[in-house]
Design a protein around this ligand. Structure first.
Ligand SMILES: [Fe+2]
Length: 262
């Protein structure tokens, strides 16, 4: 599997505090079947990570993994805040594109107050030809309020990456239900860990999908597509492979995520 969203770099954001903790996270990921991690530190005004510093930090983690005989490929990336993105030079943005490919992992805002204009900004980026992978839209209150906006952005070309543990209920019932509705409606392109450490916010990728089988029987048929095939296409910039269909037998979820009325 390929994990497109993981705070693996030590001491730069709210991920592992030191190299030892990064190695523990990497070992845990490798132990659950992940072969490639894109290291995605927060690129925002809060943490102040310089995009130009990311490749060298990735190199240091790679060297430590080699010394520790952990078989895991690590590639550079970033979880980019939309306001910070507007300030980056083209070279800075290139250094935090996922795995050196064309996609930007864009953070969906958690706070309603910071969400004003997010939909418009992402739509503009898509129109400009930016390839956008939205990080955890299932946790974004503005999409909970206006789910049709999220469907609009997917139609405009944005891809959606949900967090595995959201399907385990880690962020509450509303977020879990929203993630299930996204899966049902074909709005999810990737499941990532958004891991911050080995244990509490760990790197396991499949448990969430396994837990969602109850509501969406047959969902695990999409597991390879969500955790391997789409991520490979995101890294290479190639076309997305076709999504394996979900069987029609599903337990009842709320209404589909259609366009908002206003
Ligand atoms: Fe994250």
């Amino acid at each position: 599997m390929i994990d497109l969203h993981c705070h693996l770099l030590p001491g730069v954001d709210d991920g592992p505090p030191d190299l030892e903790a990064s190695l523990a996270l990497a070992r845990a990921a490798a132990g659950t079947g992940t072969r490639t991690i894109v290291a995605t530190p927060h690129i925002d005004r809060r943490w102040g990570v310089e995009p130009a510093d990311v490749p060298a930090a990735v190199d240091r983690v790679r060297a430590a993994l080699q010394d520790a005989h952990v078989e895991l490929e690590v590639r550079p990336g970033g979880e980019v805040d939309v306001a910070r993105l507007a300030e980056l030079t083209p070279d800075e943005l290139d250094s935090v594109r996922l795995g050196g490919g064309p996609y930007v992992l864009l953070e969906s805002p958690h706070a309603t107050s910071r969400g004003a204009g997010f939909h418009t900004a992402v739509a503009q980026l898509c129109r400009r030809g930016e390839r956008i992978l939205l990080a955890h839209p299932e946790r974004c209150p503005i999409f909970h309020r206006r789910p049709g906006d999220l469907a609009d952005l997917v139609r405009a070309g944005a891809l959606c990456s949900i967090t595995s543990s959201a399907l385990l209920g880690r962020f509450g019932g509303t977020v879990r239900e929203f993630a299930l509705r996204m899966l049902r409606d074909g709005l999810v392109h990737n499941v990532a860990s958004d891991a911050h450490e080995a244990q509490r916010r760990g790197p396991e990728l499949l448990a969430g999908l396994q837990a969602a089988e109850r509501e969406l029987p047959g969902l695990l048929r999409q597991a390879d597509w969500l955790t391997r095939d789409v991520p490979a296409a995101v890294l290479s910039g190639g076309p997305l492979p076709p999504r394996p269909p979900l069987p029609s037998r599903r337990r009842r979820l709320r209404r589909p995520l259609r366009r908002s009325a206003a």
